[in-house]
Write a protein that binds this ligand. Structure first.
Ligand code: H79
Length: 418
């Protein structure tokens, strides 16, 4: 079993989250009513009894779910890791499990193991394969936690021993190297219980990362709240799970889509603040990724195929003293990248940035690798002043990325110190 490069998480920056399960069949609607929130929460929010919800398994035959195609698509989109819902809060496992038959192999006609299909496809394509597993909530096992319900009389230990720990063992021993286990909503779990899970993961796969939501601060990195972007750079590993619309699971009525530009803006802010973007798609009940998602992700992928150098493996950048709502910085040793939105707004197509003390050695536009003219001077106050002169065709572009080679390895924003 070959494992992943040690620094894969920091280098990858952009991952694909896939929420898929029985809820995908409902698309956020049950008995003529639309669930107000996430589609993957429909069982909880609409109080569907387990005996009723589990019958969905009989209809679960996602003939359009094609793991090879998904892995290929993930690559085209520029995502470097893929995180798949092995078991969400509803308790239904998307893999064959011998400790609970509530899974896609035992309870569906097509008897497919989606974790295995994707693990193999990702391995072939060189994508880091990760798994989401809801460790505390389980709305099917009688002793799993259920959010917003009384959990006082539950024998949580029994759920851990009968389902959670054995299933984690199955996932970490039967599907090749797992880049990360993505836990979620620890609720009332005790520190010892979280530690037990953490240690099990590390015992079975020492290099597997444990997400920030394991609980009790035990994760290997900080996971932000869903779709919440930190306002400044953080000096530790972090990741933001995000959606293109509102719901993670497929929801027919959820048409509130971000534009590709918005996604690129979020990505550059995240990377400039040192984080990773784990961006979600929710295939429908047939296993098809919604066309709207595909369209947005394709556009972002096209942008990354030309400008990825400014993102993959890039470092956080200290806060720049001026507000520049349409210019964001990312960095690698001796290179400062400027992602500039709507460059046509700048008079004479000149991007001017005061108070950067690095000495530029060259400047180019990443797309097409085209050198551009630039100027480094001092203002009348003796502050540093950078100017970049964009070519005429930048006028109508949505976004351009400038790569500035600098004499110094690090970033020298003025004023230095306090
Ligand atoms: O898997 C996705 C979400 O289902 C999961 N995390 C991401 C990655 C998640 N689990 N819990 N939460 C998010 C917190 C969400 C709580 C709420 Fe609600 C959703 C509050 C309002 C909407 C639950 C559903 C309570 C009311 C409605």
């Amino acid at each position: 079993m070959s494992s992943y490069p040690k620094n894969w998480f920091l280098d990858a920056k952009y991952g694909l989250f896939i929420h898929f399960g029985l809820y995908s069949l409902l698309g956020g609607e049950y008995k003529g009513k639309v669930t107000p929130f996430f589609s993957e929460w429909i069982m909880n929010d609409m109080n569907i009894p387990p005996s009723e919800y589990e019958q969905l398994a009989a209809q679960f035959d996602p003939f359009e779910f094609d793991a090879d195609k998904i892995a290929e698509t993930a690559l085209r989109w520029g995502t470097r890791y893929l995180c798949f819902t092995a078991k969400h809060h509803d308790g239904f496992a998307l893999f064959g499990s011998s400790c609970s038959d509530y899974n896609s192999v035992c309870r569906t006609l097509s008897q497919r193991d989606y974790v295995s299909e994707l693990a193999e496809a990702c391995q072939k394509k060189g994508i880091v394969f990760c798994l989401y597993y809801s460790q505390a909530q389980d709305w099917h096992h009688p002793d799993g936690y259920v959010a917003y319900h009384d959990n006082q009389n539950k024998n949580f230990r029994r759920y851990l021993d009968e389902k959670c720990l054995p299933q984690l063992t199955e996932l970490l021993t039967g599907y090749g190297p797992i880049g990360m286990m993505w836990f979620d909503t620890p609720m009332g779990m005790k520190a010892e219980e979280c530690k037990e899970i953490y240690q099990l993961v590390k015992k079975l796969q020492p290099e597997c990362l444990v997400s920030g939501r394991i609980g009790n601060g035990l994760g290997d990195y900080f996971c932000t709240q869903d779709n919440r972007l930190p306002a400044f750079p953080l000096k530790r590993k972090w990741e933001i799970p995000g959606t293109l619309n509102r719901s993670f699971g497929y929801k027919k009525s959820d048409t509130n889509w971000d534009s590709a530009e918005t996604v690129i803006r979020k990505l550059v802010k995240i990377v400039s603040r040192g984080g990773n973007y784990l961006l979600n798609v929710g295939p429908d009940g047939n296993g098809k990724i919604p066309e709207e998602s595909t369209k947005i992700m394709d556009e972002v992928g096209d942008f990354l195929s030309e400008n990825g150098e400014a993102f993959y493996g890039a470092d956080a950048v200290p806060p720049y003293v001026y507000e520049t709502p349409d210019i964001y910085f990312t960095h690698k040793p001796h290179r400062l990248f400027l992602t500039v939105f709507h460059p046509g707004q700048f008079p004479e197509l000149t991007v001017a940035l005061p108070n950067i003390a690095n000495i530029p050695q060259s400047a180019k536009i990443l797309s097409g690798n085209r050198p551009i003219a630039y100027n480094y001077r001092k203002t009348l106050e003796n502050d540093s002043y950078w100017e970049f002169f964009l070519p005429p065709d930048a006028e109508n572009q949505t976004v351009v990325v400038i790569c500035v080679e600098t004499q110094e390895a690090d970033v020298r924003f003025e004023p230095l110190g306090s």
